[in-house]
Design a protein around this ligand. Structure first.
Ligand SMILES: O=C(O)c1cc(C(=O)O)c2c(n1)C(=O)C(=O)c1cc(C(=O)O)[nH]c1-2
Length: 236
């Protein structure tokens, strides 16, 4: 006979989700080396050019989630995520968006805009990982797709680490190029507030809560796999 296990309280469940931070790509050897100043300019360029594919996939996966959201109040919040990355209004203006900010990072590390946008430097492992995220978001129930975005709980620290260490280790990168990292700190916190609210309300039995942890692990694996592929590509 299978005994039902009590559900975690919302506080316990949130603590279980946050404990997944131990598998965040902040601990990946390539990320550790990058933030310790151990990357060559070519390795930095490899990371920036490959990570750009994640940047362009984010608003596509958010649009897929939006299409699956029946509730207007959730859509009103979620649509912000698309605009954060795609931008609004003038392409050079204050709301130019995250993709534009990333192209400026590209230029600051020496990747011409057209080369970055062409995606010609994106390696297969990064492409597969990002495509898996977009696919999952399109096919899964929208609450599961929202849950998969919760790696953002751990993102402010990785952005802060870059802002703190890159100017010292990579003085050849113009400081203005790091604007993307700065911009994401408040946005990630806002995203997480909504994402956690949906997740804590939707996954209420212990079985469902375990499923949420598996979804978060799937997303952690996507980010980890990207760095595995970038690490391999950058030493070729
Ligand atoms: O630089 C990073 O390490 C990192 C990680 C993540 C993440 O944890 O998924 C995101 C971002 N950055 C980011 O900038 C971003 O806009 C973002 C959106 C999402 C998402 O899943 O919806 N993750 C992330």
């Amino acid at each position: 006979m299978r005994l039902a296990v009590d559900a975690w309280t919302p506080t316990e469940f949130e603590a279980q989700l946050r404990a997944k931070g131990r598998a965040y790509h902040i601990h990946h050897p390539f990320n550790v080396r990058m933030n310790a100043g151990g990357c060559t300019p070519d390795e930095i360029r490899c990371w920036v050019a490959n990570r750009f594919y994640y940047q362009v996939c984010i608003p596509r996966k958010d649009a897929a989630i939006l299409a699956n959201m029946p509730d207007r109040e959730h859509r009103r919040l979620w649509v912000e995520r698309i605009l954060d990355h795609d931008g609004q209004g003038d392409h050079q203006g204050p709301n130019a968006g995250g993709i534009e900010a990333w192209t400026r990072l590209g230029e600051a590390v020496g990747i011409p805009r057209a080369e970055l946008l062409s995606l010609q430097r994106v390696v297969p492992g990064v492409r597969f990982a990002c495509d898996a995220y977009v696919n999952f978001a399109a096919r899964a129930p929208w609450q599961e797709a929202v849950c998969s975005s919760l790696t953002e709980m751990f993102a402010p620290q990785i952005h802060k680490d870059r802002l703190a260490s890159w100017p010292q280790h990579y003085p050849w990168i113009e400081a203005e190029g790091l604007g993307y990292f700065r911009s994401r700190i408040p946005l990630a916190s806002r995203d997480v507030e909504h994402g956690l609210r949906v997740t804590l309300a939707h996954f209420t039995t212990r079985e469902q809560q375990q499923r949420a942890l598996e979804i978060l692990q799937f997303k952690l694996d996507i980010l980890w796999t990207m760095l595995d592929a970038i690490e391999k590509a950058s030493c070729e």
